[in-house]
Design a protein. Structure first.
Length: 301
């Protein structure tokens, strides 16, 4: 007689699916925050499993900076077509054009912080009461302070000292008019867990995560991809390197690493030997010691 065995991946999957179903039960108008990165892809896959054989019962929301990797946008559009779900797009360029935000200037300018206003505007416009994200506690110290259900006030701001206790898997999504929640179903996953699960489930991912030849420049201790949005110094040299990206964001701030990992098996082996966090190649996190927490307090993912 065979004994049913739950692996640690099964347990993480079960926990995430429970949280996704709790979101659907407790909130009126939730969405998945979809960036085209591996974590939001994973959350979308888990949502697909949670409500199968029905389709995912809520839309995907993408905050479009206008400075995306072309591969990410193509992947997003292909996935939306396959899933037959609604896509809501919040445009940072539109926020700039309407005077809601002012674009940064200079070589290190980024639209990353500008996403906050665009996201909060999209949440208000679409009356979203819960935005489901792919944040994980192992990514960054500010992420480690999050609950599964993370409360935001009526200004969309986060106070890490004013979060609800979560005992015995009891999740409290009660909120006043104008407030909303962020939900993080894969909080307890690590980068290694994500890749092992992607490998096990054979989940499609953007080619950017696999090692490939690309023109880059060395900046902020990582290889930044050359694009029409990147302003080069006279002393910066464009080189062709075989790289891959551990995390995806704005093309101007996402650094790659030199790698030969062009398969999921090789990525898993490479991540197992890594000593630097995956966000160590994101220049937006290097602006200050509390860069991530400062953005989150204002309403960032």
């Amino acid at each position: 007689m065979s004994k049913y065995y739950l692996s640690y991946l099964d347990e993480l999957e079960s926990e995430a699916i429970y949280i996704l179903r709790e979101v659907w039960a407790q909130f009126q108008n939730p969405v998945i925050l979809f960036s085209g990165g591996k974590d939001s892809i994973l959350v979308t896959h888990l949502a697909r499993k949670a409500f199968f054989p029905s389709k995912i019962p809520f839309p995907l929301l993408h905050v479009d900076t206008g400075h995306n990797f072309p591969e990410t946008i193509q992947f997003r559009d292909d996935m939306i077509k396959e899933l037959a779900v609604q896509l809501i797009v919040g445009s940072v360029q539109e926020s700039i054009d309407t005077g809601r935000v002012a674009e940064e200037k200079g070589k290190s300018a980024t639209r990353n912080a500008l996403q906050i206003t665009t996201l909060l505007d999209a949440i208000e416009k679409n009356k979203i009461d819960c935005a489901i994200g792919g944040g994980r506690r192992d990514e960054e110290k500010a992420r480690a302070k999050e609950r599964f259900f993370s409360h935001r006030d009526d200004f969309g701001q986060w106070d890490p000292k004013n979060q609800r206790p979560e005992l015995w898997n009891l999740l409290n999504g009660k909120h006043f008019e104008g407030e909303h929640f962020r939900a993080f179903p894969i909080s307890n996953w690590t980068e290694m867990d994500v890749w092992n699960y992607i490998k096990r489930e054979d989940i499609k991912i953007p080619s950017l995560y696999l090692a490939h030849q690309r023109e880059v420049v060395w900046r902020n201790d990582s290889w930044i991809p050359v694009s029409e949005y990147l302003k080069l110094d006279d002393n910066e040299k464009v080189e062709s390197k075989k790289i891959r990206f551990r995390t995806l964001g704005d093309i101007t701030i996402t650094g790659g690493i030199e790698s030969e990992a062009d398969t999921l098996e090789k990525i898993v082996a490479e991540v197992a030997a890594m000593k630097q966090t995956e966000r160590g190649n994101r220049s937006d996190d290097k602006r200050s010691e509390t860069a991530m927490e400062d953005r989150k307090r204002q309403g960032y993912f």
